[in-house]
Design a binder for this molecule. Structure first.
Ligand code: GLU
Length: 473
């Protein structure tokens, strides 16, 4: 077989749905796993739905996910002449025809439910009728002439054979009255002209593909391979699943990034939503590893369910693995926005590194640093360390002057000081650490121990919080 070539052909809607991103990814991986080429084509012939700046969203998303196109972006609205030229060829060969039917007539063909196809009325117009209508400037569309009988089938790489009775096919519009082509027509022309060997896309096109096959046949072109992908589903509150949509959570790549997910984690997770490696249980993949491992045999035809918990897990693992400098580049600006100079945000960032699930939760996770939270003295009770509010009060009272006298306020010095106090007082180190940690944090679960937190707070705030705790105990 000649070199494989795939494409991603999104409509510019202004956001990148996760399902579309997965289509792009699989299409890209299929080409790259076999040393082929990948094309980007923007399908913007639906002018009503056009959104300004939407192309850039697509380009930016591909860039940040590492999906690199070798050709394009081709823009369909810049290729209108080409589609018209190919539509004319089909008129000439008798596979397409002018249709001058008025909107009123088309409306009258619909049943009570508003459903109705075209009845082929203009199929039989004579050359004279056509020339006369054109000369009068009557609006028209160009329709594909479907065969009246027989069946059309193709073999999808994922779903197997798909077959349809030609009598069920309506004469669909190829070129609209405004001169713009329909998706149904122009994507076929483009896929052919761009040399696409494998069409990878969502399975909503599975059953309309016979119509596209008929276009290939009418032109005498070799049909491409079709790889339709199952829908992405979301889990509903009642335990059922339905097409992944906003009510399940963030569904666009942009929203996920906005919620603090890493592009690499998103790509890794969605790669596994409908595909799995052949002979391994490998879960972590860089895009380069995916390029090596991907194959069509690993694709599944059962709908994949998007699991936000699993994505969170991937993301937290990716954050943990980030080198400190890369991690700092993302986290420090967020912390700088939240905190004033008094807080040691370098240390805080370090404490959060192994513990964050997304970057979006930094505000919530550090609220106890920003504010002195209301707290309950029962937090001082800890069975393992045998602490009580009374014992904690004693510890804090005795440590306060020692801390006030401490010159260098860093984790090591603070740790040494509390250890020494524990030794001289005979109170277990665990109890001392517990009392101080609760007093400064004012909450039970913290990213880091007593002395690390005191380094984050700095001397003044730590002392103030301990004094406040004593007064409350
Ligand atoms: N523009 C179409 C869509 O976004 C592309 C379908 C295809 O890949 O052929 O659904």
């Amino acid at each position: 077989m000649s070199e494989i070539k795939t494409r991603f052909a999104p409509s510019p809607t202004g956001f990148m749905h996760i399902g579309n991103l997965r289509t792009a990814l699989y299409s890209y991986l299929l080409a790259k796993s076999q040393g082929g080429k990948f094309v980007l084509r923007i399908e913007d012939t639906d002018q009503v739905r056009h959104v300004d700046g939407a192309e850039q969203v697509i380009i930016d998303t591909l860039k940040s996910t590492g999906i690199e196109y070798d050709e394009g972006p081709y823009i369909q609205s810049e290729r209108l002449g080409i589609y018209r030229e190919y539509a004319d060829k089909l008129i000439e060969s008798g596979h397409a025809y002018y249709c001058f039917c008025t909107p009123e007539r088309l409306e009258s063909l619909k049943d009570e439910k508003g459903i109705g196809g075209y009845d082929g009325h203009c199929r039989t117009l004579t050359q004279e009728d056509i020339q006369k209508n054109l000369a009068e400037g009557k609006p028209y569309v160009i329709r594909q002439k479907m065969p009246d009988s027989g069946t059309t089938s193709y073999v999808d790489e994922v779903y197997g054979e798909v077959s349809i009775d030609n009598s069920e096919l309506r004469d669909q519009i190829m070129i609209k009255a405004d001169g713009y082509p329909t998706y149904n027509f122009c994507h076929v022309v483009d896929d052919y002209l761009m040399g696409i060997t494998h069409v990878v896309r969502g399975n909503e096109y599975l059953t309309s593909t016979p119509k596209y096959c008929l276009l290939y046949d009418a032109f005498g072109w070799e049909r491409p391979h079709y790889v339709h992908l199952p829908l992405l589903m979301g889990k509903d509150a009642d335990g059922n699943v339905s097409k992944l949509s906003k009510r399940h959570g963030a569904v666009s790549f942009q929203d996920l990034i906005g919620d603090g997910y890493l592009p690499e984690a998103v790509v890794n997770y969605i790669a596994l939503l409908g595909w799995c490696p052949k002979d391994s249980n490998q879960e972590f993949f860089t895009i380069d590893e995916l390029k090596k491992s991907f194959s069509m045999e690993g694709l599944s035809k059962s709908p994949a369910v998007f699991d936000y918990e699993k994505l969170k897990w991937f993301n937290s693992e990716y954050i943990k693995k980030m080198p400190d400098d890369e991690y700092g580049k993302i986290v420090m600006p967020i912390l700088e926005k939240i905190f004033s100079d008094n807080i040691n945000i370098g240390k805080l960032s370090e404490l959060l590194h192994g513990r964050l699930i997304t970057f979006g939760e930094i505000g919530e996770r550090t609220e106890f640093v920003l504010k002195r939270l209301d707290m309950d003295n029962s937090l001082y009770i800890n069975k393992k360390n045998k602490t009580t509010p009374e014992l904690c009060k004693q510890i804090l009272n005795e440590c306060l002057p020692l801390l006030e006298n401490l010159e260098s306020w860093d984790n090591d010095s603070l740790f040494a000081l509390l250890k020494e106090y524990s030794a001289s007082s005979g109170i277990k180190a665990g109890a001392v650490m517990w009392a101080v940690r609760i007093a400064v944090a004012r909450q039970g679960i913290t990213p880091g121990g007593a002395t690390e937190l005191m380094e984050v707070f700095g001397k003044n705030e730590s002392i103030e919080r301990i004094k406040l705790a004593i007064s409350e105990l």
